[in-house]
Unconditional design. Structure first.
Length: 154
């Protein structure tokens, strides 16, 4: 299925083009952005903020998408604080991994008891190559639904 503004074969675009998505892949959805729970994380609440069209950099965003991003990140950060008990959120963007050049931002809760060696850029230690370590889909769906409800109140 071809959808205008999406690139077939791009993981993020293929997810965006799906007729329905589970909560973990569609925590919040606007005209310009979709927020998903990271599939390869061991940390509940590790989110990925994705443009709803295929772009590779911030300069490719429409003015409306860029303007919407700040409020979306602020509200979802408040939802993460409520749901996970985090003391702050990290916002990171690289979009360099093979097959994941579609612009995406990582919005990650920093928990109060998070080990010092897993803070700042070392938070990526919560990403696992071994699929057996990933949060189960059911847990990601639970977190997604709780975040969706908290976001609606933020």
């Amino acid at each position: 299925m071809h959808v205008e503004g999406l690139r077939q074969g791009c993981y993020s675009c293929d997810q965006q083009a799906a007729p329905t998505l589970p909560p973990r892949e569609d925590v919040v959805h606007t005209d310009h952005w979709r927020i998903a729970h990271a599939f390869n994380s061991t940390l509940p609440g590790w989110l990925v903020v994705l443009p709803t069209r295929h772009v590779l950099s911030f300069t490719d965003l429409s003015a409306a998408a860029a303007d919407e991003m700040g409020g979306l990140v602020r509200r979802m950060s408040a939802a993460l604080e409520q749901v996970t008990g985090c003391v702050k959120t990290y916002l990171m963007q690289f979009s360099e991994a093979e097959g994941f050049s579609h612009l995406h931002l990582h919005l990650v809760p920093r928990l109060p008891d998070q080990p010092h060696d897993a803070r700042g850029p070392a938070v990526f230690s919560f990403m696992a190559a071994d699929e057996g370590q990933w949060l189960p889909e059911t847990r990601r769906d639970e977190v997604a639904l709780a975040l969706r409800a908290a976001f609606a109140e933020a």
